[in-house]
Design a protein around this ligand. Structure first.
Ligand SMILES: *Cc1c(COP(=O)(O)O)cnc(C)c1O
Ligand SMILES: [Zn+2]
Length: 403
């Protein structure tokens, strides 16, 4: 595929393969795909390939054999019981926990690591709240690359840490939060120590576009009214916007669903600026939330995310930790699907926006649930009752469970 890497802020074309920001204005980078070869085609034409990231290779900036673990192709669940509970016309959940390492990060990583291999890089690295590191470690293993991951000390969910270690990454916890870890990994990338695969690398969001492509594909190209994302570093909701604009430019879709972002109350820099109609935002100093995957005070793609929301007529809202955990458990116990806390922020956000009358109960809504419940077993167990203990007799068990 042909494409250009450009500065998203000033349009400067970037030719150095190792930059992570514009040398002229320090703006964030983006990829402009040349889609002219697709004119006159329709989305159904792609359906001879299996559902998944590489069904959409025409929209991806990779021109070699990809490093793939068969990511994407995740279920879109009709959640009628949850829709009843929230009193909304239609609620579907795109369950990204069904990806190879249990989060949507695999969509960006198959493209990012493929790019690293194309460039001949030997060492890849990232800063991560957990899932990016789990995903990168797996794809680096598959590609035979060395992998270094920087995690904020003390706040990484157990399942994610286990995955990064299991796949053989060098795991380093740094004193500080995610924003500090990102600053350090950018420095290591500038000095040539590693190829950085955080979502400021513009190849990552390209893969994440496929999440939105799949939703439309699974709905037979009949658009939902709204797609709701949990927002942390803010690349994923931006990727959805980019995906929708690309399909719109080809005439594959007419309108755009309202992109809606949900942050955790203790780390919600974008919600504050959305409330004031601002394009820019002020970083939150000490972000705090049980939803560690979105515990980010200075979202690297924050300005892009705000544009995505404004341009599609969406909204941004913040939810409390209690609302997040309630939504996580309700979803699990009504629908039988387990997602991690950050993922449930999208559901909690929908409930809140409905209750506040900020969105209509007549809407058809898709919530993106970004990661698997097993990522963070500690939070689950802390929010459940005690396990019952009895002697090994049927009678004792009967008594313990209350008949
Ligand atoms: C990374 C992540 C997010 C946030 O995505 P951004 O692109 O950083 O906004 C949300 N949920 C989970 C489970 C994640 O791993
Ligand atoms: Zn620039």
């Amino acid at each position: 595929m042909t494409y250009k890497v450009k500065c998203w802020e000033c349009g400067n074309e970037i030719t150095d393969n190792y930059l992570d920001a514009c040398p002229r204005c320090n703006g964030s980078l983006t990829i402009e795909m040349d889609l002219s070869h697709l004119e006159g085609t329709k989305p159904e034409d792609l359906r001879s390939r299996p559902l998944g990231v590489w069904r959409y290779s025409h929209f991806l900036p990779i021109n070699s054999d990809p490093v793939t673990l068969q990511e994407g192709g995740t279920p879109l669940y009709d959640c009628d019981k949850l829709a009843d509970e929230y009193n909304v016309r239609e609620l579907q959940v795109k369950f990204e926990g069904a990806n190879p390492t249990g989060s949507f990060k695999d969509r960006g990583m198959t493209v990012g690591v493929s790019r690293a291999v194309e460039l001949g890089c030997k060492v890849v690295g990232c800063a991560s709240t957990g899932n990016t590191s789990a995903s990168l470690a797996a794809y680096a293993a598959k590609a035979g690359l060395k992998c270094v991951v920087l995690l904020p000390s003390g706040k990484v969910a157990l399942g994610k840490l286990a995955q990064a270690m299991f796949f053989g990454a060098k795991v380093v916890t740094v004193d500080g939060n995610f924003d500090d870890a990102l600053r350090v990994v950018r420095e290591l990338s500038h000095s040539g120590d590693l190829y950085m695969l955080n979502s400021v690398n513009p190849f990552r969001p390209e893969g994440q576009k496929t999440l939105a492509f799949e939703i439309l594909d699974q709905m037979d190209f009949k658009l939902p009214d709204r797609i709701v994302y949990p927002v942390g570093n803010a690349a994923n909701i931006w990727a959805a916007y980019k995906a929708l604009k690309e399909w719109q430019s080809l005439g594959w879709i007419d309108e755009l669903p309202m992109l809606t972002g949900v942050q955790a109350g203790g780390s919600a820099p974008l919600v504050n600026s959305f409330a004031h109609g601002q394009e820019d935002f002020k970083a939150v100093e000490n972000p705090e939330t049980v939803a560690t995957a979105i515990r980010i005070g200075n979202p690297a793609s924050g300005r892009k995310a705000l544009k995505a929301v404004y341009d599609t007529g969406g909204v941004m809202t913040a939810v409390s930790d209690r609302e997040i955990i309630e939504a996580q458990f309700l979803f699990g116990r009504k629908e039988g699907v387990g997602c991690e806390p950050a993922s449930a922020a999208s559901l909690a956000g929908v409930k809140k926006l409905l209750d506040e009358g900020k969105i209509s109960r007549k809407e058809r809504i898709v919530c993106v649930c970004t990661g698997h419940v097993l990522k963070d077993p500690d939070t689950v167990i802390a929010n459940c009752g005690q396990v019952l203990k009895t002697p090994a007799t049927a009678d004792a068990v009967r008594k313990a469970i209350g008949g």
